[in-house]
Design a binder for this molecule. Structure first.
Ligand code: ATP
Ligand SMILES: Cc1cn([C@H]2C[C@H](O)[C@@H](COP(=O)(O)O)O2)c(=O)[nH]c1=O
Length: 203
């Protein structure tokens, strides 16, 4: 497998982190050099910004600027060098999350997000986006069983329904880039869908 940029998206608790680890193991088993990373985060600076975004109160514009600032640093220090080396990058969230959470969830203007997207990443887009789709109530139940809530995870199911609608809109705008993964079933069944999405692309 050669240079690929694969992003994992979905509402909190949908199963991204579970399956990013599983896919990384399988790809490494096939001999690929795999970089696993996340947003906001992935560099020292971006991880500091993540702490602020997840735990400090702020308005939607500040939140948006911080996630894009984190992304810029992450792209320059980790993602672009890895792709230039020919590695496969598996990234837990990327710009679709900004359109879904800040755009859909918070109601931040999508045209401003589009402008910032162009400034921060130019023409770079993921080669494949795996969207883990799960009903907000089911995701909330999984989260509650797993960990204490951060600032986003404390939002109600109406917020996550808007986030989900934000993901649907991004998929409608770029259907060839997206694979929708029905995340409601057991882990192995979800994993089979992930494998099928890669196989469908001949990867
Ligand atoms: N298919 C599944 N069935 C039941 N539970 C699952 C399934 N997949 C993951 N889980 C569990 O649900 C919880 C949330 O999963 P995970 O952390 O992978 O989600 P996530 O999308 O990465 O969440 P976040 O975005 O908040 O980090 C974990 O406890 C995980 O073990
Ligand atoms: C990239 C990005 C993320 N978020 C939010 C979405 C999640 O609630 C957190 C990250 O937590 P996770 O456990 O790593 O999924 O950040 C956002 O609102 N906007 C973004 O661009």
């Amino acid at each position: 497998m050669t240079r690929r940029f694969i992003t994992f998206e979905g509402i909190d608790g949908a199963g991204k982190s579970t399956h990013i680890g599983r896919l990384a193991e399988r790809l490494r088993g096939r001999g690929a050099n795999v970089v696993v990373t996340r947003e906001p985060g992935g560099t020292e600076l971006a991880e500091q910004l993540r702490e602020l975004v997840l735990h400090r109160s702020m308005d939607p514009l500040t939140e948006t600027l911080l996630v894009f600032a984190a992304r810029r640093d992450h792209l320059q220090r980790v993602i672009e060098p890895a792709l230039a080396r020919g590695d496969t990058v598996l990234c837990d969230r990327f710009t679709d999350a900004t359109f879904a959470y800040q755009g859909g969830g918070r109601g931040f203007p999508l045209d401003v997000l589009g402008t910032l997207e162009g400034w921060v990443q130019g023409a770079l887009q993921p080669d494949l986006t795996l969207w883990f789709d799960l009903d907000p109530a089911a995701a909330a139940a999984r989260r509650a069983a797993a960990r204490a809530a951060d600032r986003f995870e404390s939002e109600d199911t109406a917020f996550f329904a808007r986030v989900r609608t934000g993901y649907l809109a991004r998929m409608a705008a770029a259907p060839a880039r997206f694979a929708r993964i029905d995340s409601s079933g057991p882990r192995d069944e979800v994993e089979r869908q992930v494998d099928a999405a890669l196989e469908a692309r001949g990867w």
